[in-house]
Design a binder for this molecule. Structure first.
Ligand code: TYD
Ligand code: MG
Length: 454
């Protein structure tokens, strides 16, 4: 490729794979029809990429000190936990999520808390005017003068600004609106987004600034999703939830400074996002009493047990092929559990429609809720209610056996805390369970045994 020349390059929108010709299937991620054409100006080498980086030299492992990274508390327990104990200085964090889910609100609240700690914070918005941000800020509360706002989409100008004022924390809202003049393709295209992120990466590492990047996830082809950036940043957080429901879940997908299976739960209120410190209580509010097909299960979200209601509705099918549907859990897993119930318990579910719903709109993949799903399906099928104070934990195998799950003690304790009195657990876990006051653990070896308990 010649220097400083306009070239057409094809990019995979999923993984950022680069190619000089269009391809139907991406060799990188094996997805079909993901290539887009972009005009790219190839830069002369030696410019840009290495600017601003501190000069590094190789050092032996023994010389590297294992001091804790500098963690900055955001004063939001839920966010700190997902970040692995606070914001790390010099880290690049990507916050992804659907438009309108509350990314700007969350980050503005973070800015407010950090500014309250006398940190210099710069909030760069390429989407909204200063007035619009002011309106949002007014709903959230008072801000001090440590927070500065900037409406700008040119990366050169932003970079110049950051180098001049050297803030502690920078928020870029959003990466899709940022552009670099030296790259000829449109803002939001794969090459622009990648280029912009690499500039921010250099700033974060070179000047030890923590940078948050907001990225929209869109299903359309024209805007590059944050997927292509995931491998460039230190931490990837996804903000998800039903836009019509008030709660939001912040999930860590990648974290170079902590575990990725933690979640943070928030609730969108009229004055911004509020942390939900006891998600179990929140998820179980509104659970119907004495309705059949409803049971409470416990799923581990990182280190936190979370009680969730599983609902099943089984009714006679009026058509030849029974309809099966799941909301919030794996469709194939539910089909498998229904097949186990048919074969091992002799229930004739073959001519029944079955719907399984995880209440609250949350998504759970953990197999520990299998037993709960199976019991809810049987409860609805037989029109029998399950005791309101009962909770079921366990994975179900193909021969109908109930298999062990991890962290059983924490789950039972959470159930006891919320007033449950009976806990159906896998028999193999019985010996690792210590007595918890107020709750009785019942070990079962198979789904059949569990059903007989009802
Ligand atoms: P926003 O942060 O703009 O979403 P994003 O940046 O992810 O696109 O907020 C989206 C929604 O949140 C918006 O529809 C209004 C609502 N909202 C509240 O309910 N309460 C509030 O205090 C604020 C600031 C927003
Ligand atoms: Mg926004």
């Amino acid at each position: 490729m010649a220097k400083g020349k306009n070239t057409v390059i094809f990019f995979c929108q999923e993984c950022g794979y680069e190619s000089s010709k269009w391809m139907g299937q991406c060799p990188g991620c094996r997805q079909w029809n993901t290539f887009v054409e972009e005009n790219v100006t190839v830069r002369a080498p030696g410019k840009g990429m290495s600017q601003g980086l501190t000069k590094n030299r190789p050092s032996p492992l023994s010389e590297i000190s294992l001091e804790e990274e500098d963690r900055i508390s955001t004063h939001m327990i839920e966010l700190d936990r997902v970040l692995g104990g606070g914001l790390v200085a010099g880290s690049l964090t990507l916050v992804g999520g659907d438009p309108g889910i509350g990314k700007s609100t969350l980050l503005l609240q973070v800015c407010r808390n950090l500014a309250g700690d006398e940190k210099e914070v710069l909030y760069v918005s390429g989407e909204e005017s200063l007035k619009q941000i002011k309106i949002r800020a007014n709903r959230i509360g008072d801000f001090n003068e440590h927070l500065k706002l900037l409406c700008e989409t040119s990366l050169e100008a932003i970079e110049e600004n950051i180098r001049r004022t050297s803030p502690d924390v920078v928020v870029i809202d959003s990466i899709q609106t940022m552009y670099r003049e030296s790259v000829s393709s449109a803002p939001g295209s794969v090459s622009q987004v990648r280029e912009a992120t690499s500039v921010l990466l250099q700033l974060a590492k070179g000047l030890n600034i923590s940078i948050f990047i907001v990225g929209h996830v869109t299903k359309e082809g024209t805007v590059a999703g944050p997927r292509v950036l995931e491998h460039m940043v230190d931490t990837v957080l996804y903000f998800e939830g039903d836009r019509h429901a008030s709660y939001r879940i912040l999930r860590g997908v990648k974290n170079r400074f902590g575990s990725t299976n933690e979640i943070g739960v928030f609730e969108m209120e009229s004055a911004g996002l509020k942390e939900v410190l006891n998600p179990s209580e929140f998820m179980l509010s509104g659970k119907p009493k004495d309705a059949n097909g409803s049971i409470v299960v416990c799923s581990m979200e990182g280190t936190r047990p979370m009680l969730i209601e599983v609902q099943a509705l089984v009714c006679h099918s009026n058509f030849g092929i029974p309809r099966r549907q799941t909301i919030g859990t794996d469709f194939n897993r539910v089909n498998l559990l229904i097949a186990v119930l048919e074969k091992r318990l002799g229930l004739s579910l073959g001519n029944c429609d079955a719907y399984v719903n995880i209440a609250g709109g949350i998504k759970i993949q953990e197999p520990a809720i299998d037993l709960g799903i199976a019991m809810a399906v049987v409860s609805s099928f037989k029109n029998r209610t399950i005791d309101n104070k009962l909770i079921a934990i366990g994975e179900v195998g193909l021969s109908g056996e109930v298999r062990g799950v991890s962290m059983i003690q924490a789950r039972i304790q959470e159930a006891a805390k919320l007033g449950f009195t009976t806990c159906v657990i896998p028999y193999v876990c019985m010996e690792s369970v210590k007595e918890v006051t107020g709750i009785k653990a019942v070990g079962v070896k198979s789904v059949k045994e569990a059903i007989q308990l009802l």
